[in-house]
Structure formats: structure tokens, C-alpha cells
Write a protein that binds this ligand. Structure first.
Ligand code: SAM
Length: 283
């Protein structure tokens, strides 16, 4: 037997249930911490991907694990029927509050993505910002895909946005930054974000996040610390769960929320976006 010392394996901690994340239970701070996204541009990209795959004028869209529902308000302003599901009660309340403030009609439902139902089918479903990686197991993913397929009309499109595979592996320069500061009128928010405890055996990782909020008007500082266990979705596993679902065929892989950037190892390809078409139900 070799006498060399092996590094001891550190197991990924089993995280809390998706419904109980400190981050999502403080939705305003989550929203401020990640408030750098260009939502209209992301919506343009999702619609352009849908158009690339034959859906040029969608009328109805669902956002699965919609969070604060910024995309949905943007779609509603553009005339689409916009629907969202999210498992977290605080997040859904917060999204409803933003809908009221914006005077925009968006249909929201508190539901688990593995079990949700819609009353009428949609043309496009999206699941953005790594929300699908809350599906830790193949069974979670297959259940989510089947619910998404039931929500979509035949030929409808499902779009997932996930971490770029290269970001999980050491040696490759990360495509995303790990800390940033956002300034708002009443508060400055510092966010630290790390992909930790990468476990290529279980195909999981831990998203470690710290958000510090310093308010201007003498309000007490607030800190949120959250560690979330996520699935490390790579292409092979995605192909496998899509095939297992029996509900979709993958029609495109992109490196950003736009059909103009193919998925590759080039720096411009900094996300992994999967477009899949809902199959016709077997008779
Ligand atoms: C990183 S946030 C992204 C929110 C939104 N997709 C966006 O792009 O802004 C992930 C969201 O997934 C939701 N979530 C986690 N597990 C879920 C589940 N099993 N079913 C539905 N939503 C879930 C959380 O409550 C949270 O709002």
C-alpha cells in the first residue's frame, strides 16, 4: 500500500430545504445584492432564443423559480401574459409587492417547481440564474422538467440558465466575479459570493454568500450569511435528465442569454444556457 498521505475528503454539508434559505427569506436584500442584472436585456435574450427556435411572438410565458419576478414584469409590460412560481413565501410576497408598486399584472403562485400546475399552457418557460441547480438529484430535475412540459404547449420552449461548466474547475479563470458593492439611495450593499465545496463525486457545490447592508438613516446594519447546496449541472447529466423526462429535446446550447453566443470555452461564453423543445405528447 502506498505510504503517501491522501487529502481527507470533506463531504458537502446537506443544506436546508429550498424553502428555508436565509437569502431568499430576506428578499429585498437578495434583490439589492444581485441588483446589477440588466433585466430588459436578459428578456430580449430569452425572446431572441425563443425566436431562433421558431417562437417569434410568444403570448404567454412562465418563470419557474421566479424570485422577485423582475423578468415577468418586463414581459408583462411588453404585452405577454406573465406567470411565475416560486417555493419561498417571503419571495412571492415580495414579488407581489413589487407588482403592486409597478402597477403591473403578473400571476404568481407559491409552488415547488417539482410539483407546480398552471391552469392554461404557455409558449415559453424560463428558469434563470441557476435556479434549476436547486434540483439536487436527477429525480428532482426530471420532476421539474415534466411539470414544465405540462405547463408548455406542444412545441413550446424551455430555457435554462446555469453556471458555465468551466467555473467549477480549478485552473480555469472564473468567468464571474466574487465580490461587488451596490450603492442605492438609502443603503450600500456589499456582496461576497463563492462557489465552494465542489464535489465532483456527488456533482454538487455550495454557494456561499454574505450580504452586508449599511443603511444611511441610522438603521442597524444587517448581515445575511447563506450556504446553499446546489447540483453541479454539466451537459451529460442534463442530456440524461432531459432524455429521462421523455418530454423535451434539446435544440440549442448558448454561452449567454442570447442566441449570438454559442456555448464554448471562449470568454464571451460565460453562462450555460440550454434551450429545449417540448415534444408532442405520445398518443
Ligand atoms: C437565485 S434565485 C433566482 C430567481 C429568478 N429565477 C431570477 O432569475 O431572478 C432562486 C430562486 O429559486 C427559488 N427556489 C428554490 N428552490 C425552489 C423550488 N424547489 N421550487 C420553486 N422555487 C424554488 C428560490 O426561492 C429563489 O427565489
Amino acid at each position: 500500500m502506498s505510504s503517501s498521505v491522501r487529502k481527507q475528503k470533506v463531504r458537502s454539508p446537506r443544506g436546508p430545504t429550498p424553502a428555508s434559505h436565509a437569502l431568499y427569506e430576506n428578499p429585498r436584500l437578495y434583490d439589492l445584492g444581485f441588483g446589477f442584472r440588466d433585466i430588459p436585456r436578459e428578456c430580449d435574450g430569452v425572446l431572441a432564443i425563443a425566436a431562433r427556435h421558431g417562437i417569434s411572438a410568444p403570448r404567454r410565458i412562465v418563470d419557474i423559480a421566479c424570485g422577485p419576478a423582475h423578468h415577468l414584469r418586463e414581459y408583462a409590460r411588453r404585452g405577454l401574459v406573465a406567470l411565475g412560481v416560486d417555493v419561498n413565501a417571503e419571495m412571492v410576497d415580495y414579488a407581489r409587492h413589487l407588482n403592486k408598486q409597478a402597477h403591473v399584472a403578473v400571476g404568481l403562485r407559491k409552488a415547488d417547481m417539482r410539483r407546480f400546475h398552471l391552469a392554461a399552457q404557455v409558449d415559453v418557460a424560463q428558469c434563470l440564474f441557476d435556479s434549476f441547480s436547486h434540483c439536487l438529484t436527477d429525480a428532482d430535475a426530471v420532476a421539474t422538467l415534466r411539470r414544465a412540459a405540462a405547463a408548455l404547449r406542444a412545441g413550446g420552449l424551455m430555457i435554462l440558465e446555469l453556471t458555465h461548466p468551466a467555473d467549477y474547475f480549478e485552473g480555469d479563470e472564473k468567468r464571474t466575479v466574487g465580490r461587488w458593492i451596490q450603492h442605492y439611495g438609502d443603503v450600500t450593499v456589499k456582496t461576497r459570493f463563492q462557489t465552494t465545496a465542489i464535489d465532483p463525486v456527488d456533482e454538487t457545490y455550495v454557494k456561499s454568500m454574505v450580504i452586508d447592508a449599511a443603511y444611511k438613516a441610522g438603521k442597524k446594519k444587517k448581515r445575511i450569511v447563506d450556504r446553499q447546496l446546489h447540483r453541479m449541472w454539466l451537459r451529460g447529466a442534463l442530456r440524461n435528465v432531459v432524455a429521462q423526462s421523455g418530454a423535451f429535446e434539446i435544440v440549442g446550447w448558448y454561452g449567454d442569454l442570447t442566441p449570438k453566443v454559442p456555448l464554448s470555452m471562449r470568454p464571451a461564453s460565460w453562462r450555460m444556457v440550454v434551450a429545449m423543445r417540448r415534444r408532442k405528447a405520445r398518443s
